[in-house]
Design a protein around this ligand. Structure first.
Ligand SMILES: CC(=O)N[C@H]1[C@@H](O[C@@H]2[C@H](O)[C@H](O)[C@@H](O)[C@H](O)[C@H]2O)O[C@H](CO)[C@@H](O)[C@@H]1O
Ligand SMILES: [Zn+2]
Length: 275
């Protein structure tokens, strides 16, 4: 369950590709069309909200291509395509738009997601933590409605996707020594991360990095990926490492709330479940 076209790949692209390849039915729900995103390629700049205002439709195409690269066969928009609009970054005027996602009725949005969960009956749902990963208002709203709908529909397991501090710092350090990274490599601590101890599940996506890179490149208005694909950057030009693992915190588990995890970190979101 993601807020904008690009989040599914940036945060969980390897996990999606891995489980899709293993035959798991993956349903991707995206809340908005990303109408307020900055645009990286200059030749596409006029698609933005101040001119043609066509970025949402264009990003729907990017999302379809990224989903194909990841093996997604069930891709949906919360409330149907175009129902909720990208609210924009905190403090920007677009948050006042009447269709802005965060202006919407939370009960209505919970009901829209609950309808999908009641149909699909997933064993596992993935979304952001309570901070939305990095504080974007649409991410926070996506977290809130997912936790409510998953509780209402008794989803067996809910996970929050996170970046643990050590893996992120090690990934950035590896970039710092490379001559072929065309982005600013941030200092450790500049990008949002969580304490390592919070991680309950680490999913090895090494065999699916090619699919993740192809999907990142499909989101060309939002993401730049150099060759070789050692990292990527959003429109802020800040390098983010491409790690061979995606990390999660279990937020709700069929044996009660988080905290039932045996010692150590699990390696499979479906550990102990009959897929
Ligand atoms: C990954 C993600 O959530 N991207 C969002 C985000 O985009 C950022 C935003 O444009 C910011 O101003 C830039 O500095 C940053 O580089 C972008 O990643 O917010 C957008 C507006 O809500 C959203 O469309 C995009 O998907
Ligand atoms: Zn986002």
């Amino acid at each position: 369950m993601h807020a904008h076209p690009d989040d599914e790949t940036i945060a969980t692209g390897g996990t999606i590709a891995r489980y899709a390849a293993e035959g798991v039915r993956v349903t991707l729900v995206t809340c908005t069309l990303g109408e307020e995103g900055e645009i990286i390629p200059p030749e596409l700049a006029r698609l933005g909200p101040a001119e043609a205002d066509q970025l949402g439709g264009y990003r729907a195409g990017e999302l379809a291509a990224a989903g194909a690269a990841l093996g997604v066969t069930d891709q949906r928009y919360l409330g149907g395509i175009g129902r909720w609009r990208d609210s924009g970054m905190a403090g920007t005027p677009s948050i006042e738009h009447p269709r802005a996602f965060v202006q919407g009725s939370q009960p209505e949005q919970v009901a829209q997601l609950a309808e999908i969960l009641a149909e699909v009956r997933p064993q596992v749902v993935v979304t952001y933590d309570e901070f939305g990963g990095y504080g974007h208002p649409d991410h926070i709203r996506a977290h809130e409605i997912t936790m409510a709908a998953a509780d209402e529909c008794d989803v067996p397991r809910v996970f929050h996707v996170v970046q643990p501090a050590t893996a992120l710092a090690e990934g950035l350090a590896a970039l710092r020594d490379r001559p072929d990274v065309p982005f600013r490599v941030p200092a450790a601590g500049e990008l949002p991360a969580v304490p390592d101890a919070r991680v309950t599940t680490a999913v090895d996506i090494g065999a699916h990095l090619d699919a993740k890179v192809a999907a990142l490149r499909a989101h060309a208005t939002q993401v730049s990926v150099p060759e070789p694909a050692t990292c990527f950057a959003l429109s802020n030009g800040i390098a983010q490492p491409l790690l061979d693992t995606e990390y999660y915190v279990v937020a709700a588990r069929e044996r009660g709330r988080a905290g039932d995890i045996e010692q150590g970190v699990e390696r499979d979101l479906f550990a102990g479940l009959d897929r």
